[in-house]
Design a protein around this ligand. Sequence first.
Ligand SMILES: [Zn+2]
Length: 144
Amino acid sequence: MAQEYISLALKNLVIARAGGRCEYCKSPAEFATQSFTIEHILAYSKGGSGVEDNLALACGGCNAHKSDRTEAIDPLDGSTVKLFNPRLDKWNDHFEWSENFSEIIGKTPVGRAMIDTLRMNRSGLKNLRLALVSYRKHPPQQSE
Ligand SMILES: [Zn+2]
């Protein structure tokens, strides 16, 4: 797949803006075994460019499952919805944590469709979240 050059300054801005966490599943890059990606919210192959407003920090898993999708299906009512856009949408409007913080729960069709499509409750992620709770690295603070 074709890529375009994203400057180091822009990469650093995207990482800082995301608080070093995947902007979808919120896992922290500092505890990941695979490197995170600066991803195009609207895929490069679909005309998305490498401007600040089209870039997000994503973990390898979320990025791979998202691929070049622009929409997904809500598993609850079967409706097709646009993907969550971390530049336009607020995470807390669409998602919340389960009581023990191990799972992400979708509050809206967009939230549910994202969790299903990006597999945001992968078993490794759930285990990691539980472990990180004891290190006070999870859940993310409001400012993150
Ligand atoms: Zn992720």
